[in-house]
Design a protein around this ligand. Sequence first.
Ligand code: NDP
Ligand code: 8X3
Length: 257
Amino acid sequence: MKKIALITGATSGIGEACARRFALGGYNLILTARRADKLAGLKAELEAVDAGGEPVRVRTLTFDVRDAQAAQAAIESLEPEWQTIDVLINNAGLALGLDKEYEGNPDDWATMIDTNIKGLLTMTRLIVPAMVKRNEGHVINVGSVAGDAAYAGGNVYCATKAAVKAITDGLRIDVAESAVRVTNLKPGLVETNFSNVRFHGDTERADNVYRGITPLTGADIADVAFYAASAPKHVQIAEVLILATHQANGSYIYREP
Ligand code: NDP
Ligand code: 8X3
């Protein structure tokens, strides 16, 4: 029987790439996000792939991770055959704005905190108890290089990713008696819809983020996530910082002139 991976934020970028990688690697998928049409399209596409073996099955759940009640109802709606979740990829998240902290938009701060921190905690609280009970499972949280140190204008977004690090490290302690594994993936620049969202649809500003450098792709991050999930049972990939070759840290990027 195939293992099951639940991926939040599966309609775009890193989450969508993880869906493709884990499907290729033999998992059935529970894909979640707010956009039902995108989820349906990805489900149809992945289920149509004929790789010769048992076909991939995809279950979609449409909800906003900021809505804890909706998240709970979605997880409780899963049929018995979907209830044994082997890998939880807490990926849904966003940055909004790059303003100085004293000029930032409090609504944007709330959205980042509610999604990147509270949404991740909501999903962890819903899924991990069954993993601990079964004494197996893997939680992969998508943190960021932004959580290592603040960069100019990053303030609240960086704080949310620093929180992801602390929450991931805390979970790893709390499940250490069990065989559940916990990973913090910390990407640098990945070309996805991230910067379009950050700059509220200003595509010119978004494109400028990737100017003069070959950024990472969602697939690069998905490969690392899949490796972590595929490592032998006694190996816990605790944390991985993944940077484009010309990025040194959250603040320093060499750009081709
Ligand atoms: P994208 O904008 O391409 O994808 C974000 C995904 O998150 C979408 O599928 C979106 O789906 C989902 N999402 C956002 N808000 C919510 C919500 N409230 N409820 C449910 N789903 C939500 O960005 P990335 O793929 O780049 O981002 C994925 C993760 O990677 C984020 O946590 C981000 O912080 C992190 N990251 C990104 C980096 C980058 O450079 N791109 C680098 C380091 C970390 P929908 O809109 O359908 O709900
Ligand atoms: C996303 C990458 O460098 O914009 O976490 O913070 S960065």
